[in-house]
Design a protein around this ligand. Structure first.
Ligand SMILES: Cc1cc2nc3c(=O)[nH]c(=O)nc-3n(C[C@H](O)[C@H](O)[C@H](O)COP(=O)(O)O)c2cc1C
Length: 354
């Protein structure tokens, strides 16, 4: 279902080409003054039509807050936010009603909902449904900031082009603030042109590319998370895999930890200014499902956009024949840049629950 959370709950509703999408966010403390500029900046980082690396569909993504906020301050009541869909072109989807797009959720959605799911623009499976997630995550983020938590992400890679990784031990506030402003966030901005040209050449050949988003949280208290099934990794993963196009997740050194010896992968402890820290952070700030107090570091694998306009093989579910499909509509040649703030928002939602 599209409802999630224990202490702070979200329920996301809507379809890409319906009248609106939105979220009900319940459990936020009263008395938090929302920084609307920061919230709109986050919405803008995800919104379509802002960057040539992304879809040309333009949407203002202006959140209309219907409840739970009075004079800019949270009341403690459920916060309901609605975002209008204004730039729909459902005619583009006529040819996929019976011909599922390879890599998208048309076929699985058809099987799950007996063909009753709204297929226009991907319906409830659309990346557009991450706009309300960014709204909810941004509110959570502001609540977390009051407790010293900070979250940032960058484009770790697009296809085979790589940015520099986060320093897993110490991430400067100045870097976090710089990344938080960007719609194409990079630690090493010298790689931007190369990344953009990989995306552009995919677009020109009616293709798409994927990549990896690296996300961090600093100021995290030690001791959050409850094993076995409500550990920090479990809770974070549960929200992350709600983000469409996420196909893998790793924490700390991730899969590379398997190439190390224990003498290298263990994170040795030491006291620093009276606080227990570790001198490496291969576990990504989580051990035994419980936060260590070191930065949480994770990487989310984002697949290449499914909807490409090259001719592809598919089936016709009505005639039960093999056929081909040319996908119309406006699609991101690369989802990674727009998804970065979505991954940050998913982490915020997980952390506020932890
Ligand atoms: C911000 C964002 C934008 C997206 N835009 C598109 C798009 O334009 N075209 C597309 O085919 N998929 C897009 N997706 C991904 C699909 O929604 C997703 O691949 C699909 O629902 C299948 O789910 P899965 O990839 O998680 O298995 C986007 C995802 C995100 C997070």
């Amino acid at each position: 279902m599209s409802s999630w959370g224990n202490k702070v709950k979200i329920s996301i509703f809507g379809e890409s080409h319906g009248p609106a999408i939105g979220v009900v966010l319940d459990g936020i403390e009263p008395g938090i003054r929302l920084d609307m500029d920061e919230l709109l900046l986050n919405m803008g980082r995800r919104a379509p039509g802002k960057d040539k690396a992304a879809t040309p569909r333009k949407e203002a993504d202006m959140p209309n807050i219907l409840s739970g906020v009075l004079d800019g301050v949270t009341t403690g009541a459920p916060i309901c936010c609605v975002i209008e869909n204004t730039n729909t072109r459902s005619g583009d989807y006529g040819n996929i009603l019976s011909k599922p797009r390879p890599g998208h959720a048309d076929y699985t959605g058809f099987m799950r909902y007996n063909g009753f799911n709204d297929i226009r623009g991907g319906g409830h499976f659309s990346g557009r449904l991450t706009a309300p997630l960014v709204f909810a995550g941004s509110v959570c983020r502001q609540a977390l900031k009051l407790q010293g938590f900070k979250i940032a992400s960058h484009i770790y890679s697009v296809n085979t082009v790589q940015d520099k990784p986060f320093d897993p031990i110490s991430i400067d506030d100045s870097l976090i603030e710089r990344l938080n402003q960007k719609s194409f966030p990079l630690i090493d901005e010298a790689v931007e042109n190369e990344m953009r040209s990989v995306i552009e050449s995919a677009r020109l050949s009616q293709d798409s590319v994927g990549g990896i988003i690296e996300c961090c949280a600093t100021g995290v208290k030690a001791g959050l998370g409850s094993p076995m099934f409500e550990g920090a990794e479990n809770v974070i993963s549960s929200v992350m895999f709600g983000v469409p196009a996420v196909k893998g997740l790793e924490f700390g050194a991730g899969f590379d930890i398997t190439k190390m010896h224990g003498s290298q992968s263990n994170d040795p402890f030491k006291y620093e200014n009276g606080k227990v820290v570790t001198t490496s952070n291969n576990n990504g700030g989580i051990i035994g499902g419980i936060t260590t107090g070191m930065p949480i570091i994770l990487r989310a694998a984002i697949k290449p956009t499914a909807s490409i306009s090259q001719q592809q093989s598919t089936v016709d579910l009505q005639t039960k024949e093999n056929t081909t499909l040319v996908v119309k509509g406006r699609h991101d040649p690369c989802i990674v840049s727009r998804a970065s703030v979505v991954i940050e928002s998913a982490l915020a939602l997980a952390l506020i629950n932890l």
